[in-house]
Structures are given as structure tokens and as C-alpha cells.
Design a binder for this molecule. Structure first.
Ligand code: ATP
Ligand code: MG
Length: 566
């Protein structure tokens, strides 16, 4: 494998473009690059998707199966009068129909928008309204519970396809019957690189979710970053645990794995430590992409459980979505024999921007280095926009030079907000970070979450990571609380591992540990125990909600908040 420096110096986006097949006249289609081109290369019989159902059954789909089924779906859309540019939404669990609908919609030149099936009616309504959904594919149960009452509010919604019922009683369409009536030949739409392919909503961690629009040429970045940052090769058996309702589950849970020709495993069920280890072992997963929240839950379940399974096929493990505490990296190296490789990106960036590469030494707690073709910097506000800060370990906003293919092309119906993300040729991420003298980037916290206390700028991640070192801590979130003398004081919320009780002694022990590690100026003044911390459905801790609750303020948009209600 070439070194990081070799990859960077030899890289150009044109060379990355040339790795894909393209159509004549500079046109392309994500679905063709993901699926059909493998048939042209004689790889149609390779397994593309292995679906593990909740109840323990499994089903394989070859690249040819997915090609033919997505052709049928594209034909089905045409038969219903759905045209290029129309919007197709899904509200499905991780079932094969979701993957077929995504690929078929792209082939038909439609904009695809996957919604997380656990959303309640309001987030579903607002997403369909904002995007002007024309078609929805869902199940009978989800339709009845969450969509049927909204139909009158969604005049553009023409067709609803039901995957598990004939739906005739409510004017719905029977997906299976319609699919069976279609042919397997479809001429995939040749799309201009800048034509819209996907609509993805952000996680809503800091406020109301934004609808980021992505284009067909994004596939160039998905493909190359899948190869470079996740080390995907065609003989891999790959598992991305993210749901396609979040961008990770599409960019790296549909597109990148398929363009790279891997066998991808998807699991319909929700997190369960034992089940996950079984999947890793039985499916002989080689590359695994997951998130810090899941890793922390695995840590909570203990190393012994991991060690009771044969995980020897795993060769690369990566993490995204939240800062990955150094403790988690060290734990993984001890437990699996290989560390998790953290990487950083956003719904807006469409693909991985900063990563710990397979060929690079991992610095636990760091997000790694920018991908080839990406220039990242730490910037601060200046008179005429922003300027770069080059001093090592200075804290500032993480910014990226614009111009990579998977960058969003806008927030839907929010032009002003979109424009605010740019200054002097930089895209401003809204995250604070620092760069060390070796060029590694370190996450400090989101702009909104950083704490200013007695003249110090305190990143919640640093404080959380220090507390996570304590044997009793399973999850930690840190916020700033206004204080007359200090400006803000640091308060931590801690969820405990099994077997630990929230006693005063333990609280003092945690405070003592934090003081020893961080010094009294940075250590939390106050620690509160919580059974669970509030999280988005994509697994991100919602610090703003902890703060609002603490201060008795309005909770704001909580449409993506995870709850037990389904
Ligand atoms: P919203 O923008 O609606 O508030 P969100 O920012 O959580 O939600 P996403 O686009 O899903 O929505 O998440 C991107 C954010 O997740 C990043 O801006 C960053 O704050 C965080 N993040 C992702 N990966 C990492 C990582 N490796 N380390 C630290 N933070 C990360
Ligand atoms: Mg964001």
C-alpha cells in the first residue's frame, strides 16, 4: 500500500475521475458506476449484498441481481409517470427493497431521499414537504402509523409504494406486483455531473436539520475515499453499520462499497453487542465501518464478549460521526488486535475529508490527515472574511478549500444559510479543531459547544475523553453553564458502566480524576449522573439539549432525538 505522502503527491481529481467508467459526452450515473459496470467487467455473479434479516434469515444478491432489480424499479417509476428530476423518498428499515429503490431511482434520474424509519410523523412530513416528495416507498405498518394522516398536507406526493402488502384498500401501490410486471431492461439516464442525485438531511444535532443536495459526480469522491480511507478492495466483506437514513449509510453503505466491488453485509436489526460480534465472526467481515456510540456500547459490554468470538478476519476498522475518545482506540487495539481508525466528515461534505489511513500510524484521539485532493486548514475570522492560522495546536474553525466532487451544492430552500458556509474560498465546517506539527487534525468541539471559562477555551471533547478514561464511565457529555465570575463553568454528565452505582464517592473520584488529568481550570466543577445521554437517531450526543434542560430553556428542534417510542 502506498504511503500517505505518496498518495497525496500523486493525486488529482482528474485521475480519480478516470477510475470510473462514465458515459459518452462527460455524463455519468452513480448507479451505473456502482452496479452495472461490474457486469461489463464480467463480475455480475459476485455477491454485492448479503442481507441479514431480524429473524435470522439471510439473502444474497449478486451484482447482476441488483442491476436487474434496479432496472425493474426504474421501469416501474416510468410506468407511474415519474420522470427525471422527480423526488423518490424511502421510509424503510434496512431491507433489500431500500437498496433496490435507491439504485433504481438514480438510474431513472430521480432525486433519492432515504428517511430513517424510526422518525415520527412530524420529521417525515417536514422532510417530504421541503423536498417535494413525489413517490414514497414504505411498509404498510409505517404508512398507517406515520404517513396516512399526512397525505392531505403533501399535494406533490403522487404515489405510495408498499413493499409488504397489496395496499389496494387505501389507493396505495403494491410494490411486488408492479415490480413483477416490469421488464429487466432499462436504459440508465446519462446524467450531467452537476445534476442532483441525493437529498440528505443533517443529523439535527445543533438545530433544525438542513437538506443538503448532492450531485451525480459525487460518486468520484465516494469511490476514491472508499478506497483510500476505508481501504476497500473487491475481495472484501464489508459492513457499514449506519442506516441509509444518514449520509454515512448511503455514501459508504451503498455507493462506495459497490463502486469498489465489495460484498456488503447489511443487518436489519438494531444494535446488540452479541449479535454484532456474531455477524463479524460468521460473515467473516474484513472491513468494518461504525460509530463511536456503538463502540462505547461494545466497550460497556466488555472485552471478554469480543474475545469469545473469532474476529480474525477483521483487517480494517473505521469510525465516524462523533469524536472517538483515545480510550476507545486503545481499547480496540487491545481487544481486536487492530485499532479503530477515526475519520471526519459531514452531511455537507458528502464523503470522508480527514482520516487515519490504513498506511498511517494512528494517533489515538486524532481524526487523522486530509484525504488526497482535500486541503484542510484551521481558520479564524478576519476583517475581510477568514484567515488561516498555521501555528501548531492553535484552536480555530476547521475549513476546507472548496472544489471536491461530493460537496453539497446547496441547502434546499436555504440559500442564505448555504452562502454563510463560505468565506475566501473556504468551506467553514462549524467545527473547531487544531492541527499538530505532524499535520494531524484534532477535534475540539462544535462551534456552539465550546466553553469559555476564566479566559480558557475548553473543548468538550478533551474533558469528555479524560473522564472516559475512568473505569466507571460509559458515556460522557460536557457543557458550559453561564457563571458570573468565570464566564462559563464546565459541567459533565456521566452515564455509568454496568456494575457501577452513582454514589457521591464515585462523583468525587471522577472529579478528582479529571482535576489530575486536566488541571482545575479545565476540569468540570460539577458532575451529574444520567442513566442515558440524549442522542440523535444517528447516535450523536445532543449537548444543546442537555444545556437547555439544565437551564430550563426551550428544547428547540428535537425531531431527530432518539427515544424508545417506535
Ligand atoms: P446538524 O448539522 O443538523 O446540527 P450534525 O452536524 O450532527 O447535525 P452530520 O452532518 O450528520 O450532522 O454530522 C457531522 C458532524 O458530526 C460534524 O460536523 C462533527 O461535528 C461530527 N463528527 C463527524 N465525524 C467526527 C469525528 N470523526 N470526530 C469528531 N466529530 C465528528
Ligand atoms: Mg452539522
Amino acid at each position: 500500500m502506498p504511503s500517505y505522502d505518496e498518495e497525496v503527491s500523486g493525486f488529482s481529481w482528474d485521475a480519480a475521475r478516470a477510475l470510473l467508467d462514465w458515459f459518452p459526452d462527460g455524463k455519468l450515473n452513480i448507479a451505473y458506476e456502482a452496479i452495472d459496470r461490474h457486469l461489463q467487467k464480467g463480475d455480475g455473479d459476485r455477491i454485492a449484498l448479503r442481507w441479514l434479516s431480524k429473524n435470522g434469515s439471510r439473502k444474497d444478491f449478486t451484482y447482476r441481481d441488483l442491476s436487474l432489480q434496479s432496472n425493474r424499479f426504474a421501469n416501474l417509476l416510468r410506468s407511474l409517470g415519474i420522470e427525471k428530476g422527480d423526488r423518490v423518498y424511502s421510509l424503510l428499515g434496512r431491507v433489500p427493497e431500500l437498496y433496490i429503490a435507491a439504485l433504481g431511482s438514480l438510474k431513472a434520474g430521480c432525486v433519492f431521499c432515504p428517511m430513517f424509519s424510526a422518525f415520527g410523523p412530524e420529521p417525515i412530513r417536514s422532510r417530504m414537504e421541503i423536498g417535494g416528495a413525489n413517490v414514497l416507498i414504505t411498509t404498510k405498518r409505517l404508512y398507517k402509523r406515520k404517513v396516512s394522516a399526512l397525505r392531505k398536507d403533501l399535494p406533490e406526493l403522487k404515489e405510495i409504494l408498499i413493499i409488504d402488502d397489496d395496499g389496494s384498500d387505501e389507493g396505495l401501490r403494491d410494490f411486488a406486483a408492479l415490480m413483477a410486471a416490469e421488464t429487466e431492461d432499462f436504459k440508465t439516464e446519462a446524467m450531467a455531473p452537476e445534476e442532483t442525485a441525493l437529498l440528505h438531511f443533517t443529523s439535527g444535532t445543533t438545530g433544525k436539520p438542513k437538506g443538503a443536495m448532492h450531485v451525480h459526480e459525487a460518486v468520484v469522491a465516494h469511490h476514491i475515499t472508499g478506497r483510500l480511507a476505508l481501504d476497500l478492495r473487491s475481495d472484501d466483506i464489508y459492513w457499514c453499520t449506519a442506516d441509509p437514513g444518514w449520509i454515512t449509510g448511503t455514501s459508504y453503505g451503498i455507493i462506495a462499497p459497490f463502486t469498489n466491488g465489495v460484498t456488503m453485509v447489511i443487518d436489519e436489526a438494531e444494535f446488540d453487542a452479541n449479535r454484532w460480534y456474531q455477524i463479524l465472526a460468521e460473515e467473516k467481515i474484513t472491513v468494518w465501518y461504525t460509530a463511536p456510540t456503538a463502540i462505547r456500547m461494545l466497550m460497556k459490554a466488555g472485552s471478554e464478549l469480543a474475545k469469545s468470538h473469532d474476529l480474525s478476519h477483521l483487517r480494517f476498522m473505521a469510525s465516524v460521526g462523533e469524536p472517538l475518545n483515545p480510550e476507545a482506540v486503545i481499547w480496540s487495539a487491545d481487544t481486536f488486535g487492530i485499532p479503530f481508525h477515526d475519520n471526519w466528515w459531514q452531511t455537507e461534505t458528502g464523503g470522508i475529508m480527514i482520516a487515519n489511513y490504513a498506511s498511517m500510524g494512528v494517533k489515538p484521539g486524532s481524526m487523522g490527515k486530509p484525504l488526497p485532493g482535500i486541503s484542510a486548514a484551521i481558520v479564524e475570522k478576519s476583517d475581510n472574511g477568514v484567515r488561516e492560522i498555521t501555528k501548531p495546536l492553535a484552536i480555530g474553525e476547521l475549513a476546507l478549500k472548496t472544489g471536491w466532487p461530493s460537496m453539497m451544492r446547496g441547502y434546499l430552500h436555504e440559500e442564505e444559510r448555504y452562502q454563510k458556509c463560505f468565506a475566501n474560498g473556504w468551506y467553514l465546517s462549524g467545527d473547531l479543531a487544531m492541527r499538530d506539527s505532524d499535520g494531524y487534525f484534532w477535534f475540539v468541539g462544535r462551534n456552539d459547544d465550546v466553553i469559555k471559562s476564566a479566559g480558557h477555551l475548553i473543548g468538550p471533547f478533551e474533558v469528555e475523553s479524560a473522564l472516559m478514561e475512568h473505569e466507571a464511565a460509559a458515556e460522557v457529555a460536557v457543557i458550559g453553564i453561564a457563571d458570573e465570575t468565570a464566564g462559563e463553568i464546565v459541567k459533565a454528565f456521566v452515564a455509568l458502566k454496568l456494575g457501577h452505582k452513582p454514589t457521591e464517592d464515585l462523583r468525587l473520584d471522577l472529579v478528582g480524576h479529571a482535576r489530575k488529568r486536566l488541571g482545575p481550570a479545565v476540569a468540570p466543577k460539577d458532575i451529574a449522573f444520567r442513566e442515558n445521554l440524549p442522542k440523535t437517531r444517528s447516535g450523536k450526543i445532543m449537548r444543546r439539549l442537555l444545556k437547555a434542560r439544565e437551564l430550563g430553556l426551550p428544547e428547540g428542534d428535537i425531531s431527530t432525538l432518539e427515544s424508545d417510542e417506535q
